[in-house]
Design a protein around this ligand. Structure first.
Ligand code: ADP
Ligand code: MG
Length: 297
């Protein structure tokens, strides 16, 4: 049950938004479409949902032709658009029932979805009073109402606060267990946290299609850490595994680590032993960052 995308191109007047895009998606894969603003992510997604009809190339989903059997294919696609438009004056459950009606579903799995997306307590609340993270859950629930096989999420985590982000990521990973998920983002960490595979798109072209596991292999890490006090970079340098330390700002440090080991626990111990408090601690993949920058520069 794979999805095949072959040589897709699309222009808007003189602007060529997509150039010769080809890739395959497999069942149960969570694939990230990563690219800067204007790269063509949303355009590609609108083609894959069947929304755009004028484009060159070929799409074959579930053994059906995207151009010839569009309506059949759309029954299997769930789509969360970039800004998640909702009806703010509707109530959560009411809205999901309304969307079920649009799909003419006989027995919509509304209760199940409310549960799955953590909205049970909010089912009788007006959408307008929900936080951005909860609105996003409503959008996701609506995109899943017809139990699609292929889920397309356009920048699903943009604008969420860190807690909401963790929750939505968890939900998306759950979905990825038995569905194919394609999500777009312009944030690299998002891909690292969520995806099995990344497609990097730049100026309408796919410039990289690779498994994250391969990209993560033997890759050096960078830990960004902020303390409540200044310390000598030399002291951090003495932690085993650290190759280089940069003092990037007042109390902010960039610690380069050789190999794959996670040095965060050692840094916690270091802070404790030196009477420091950690205000921020983030693990980054050095090579992924460099790769993204070089491919999209
Ligand atoms: P992304 O989602 O990666 O930010 P888009 O797919 O929205 O990028 O846009 C890709 C390019 O196509 C941009 O140059 C954009 O201006 C252009 N574009 C997208 N949609 C339209 C449209 N409906 N009409 C004209 N130009 C468009
Ligand atoms: Mg977009």
């Amino acid at each position: 049950m794979s999805l095949f995308i072959e040589n897709i191109s699309k222009s808007f007047g003189a602007v060529q938004a997509l150039k010769d895009i080809s890739f395959t998606l497999k069942k149960g894969e969570v694939v990230g479409l990563l690219g800067p603003n204007g790269a063509g992510k949303s355009t590609l997604m609108k083609i894959l949902t069947g929304f755009y009809r004028e484009w060159d190339g070929k799409g074959t989903f579930f053994d059906k032709d995207l151009k010839k059997e569009r309506l059949e294919i759309q029954k299997e696609i769930g789509y969360l658009t970039e800004n998640n438009p909702l009806y703010p004056e509707m109530y959560v459950k009411e809205y999901l029932l309304y969307v079920s009606g649009l799909y003419r579903l006989q027995n919509p799995p509304v209760e199940e979805l409310l549960k799955q997306t953590g909205l049970l307590e909010y089912q009788n609340k007006k959408i307008e009073i929900l936080s951005k993270g909860y609105k996003q859950r409503v959008g996701l629930a609506a995109a899943l109402i017809h139990n699609p096989k292929f889920i397309i999420l356009d920048e699903p985590t943009t604008g969420l606060d860190p807690n909401q982000l963790v929750e939505i990521r968890k939900l998306i990973r759950e979905l990825g267990k038995d569905k194919t998920v394609l999500l777009s983002t312009h944030i690299l960490q998002e891909i690292d946290a969520l995806c099995d595979r990344v497609l990097i798109i730049n100026k309408g072209r796919i410039v990289l299609d690779e498994n994250l596991e391969i990209l993560r292999k033997d890759q050096n890490q960078i830990i960004e850490v902020s303390f409540d006090f200044r310390i000598e970079t030399e002291a951090l340098n003495r932690i085993v595994g650290v190759s280089k330390v940069k003092n990037t700002h007042d109390f902010d440090y960039e610690i380069h680590v050789t190999g794959k080991q996670d040095l965060r626990p050692a840094i916690f111990d270091f802070a404790h032993d030196n009477g420091l408090k950690i205000l921020k601690l983030q693990l980054k993949n050095e090579s992924l960052e460099q790769l993204f920058t070089s491919l999209t520069a």
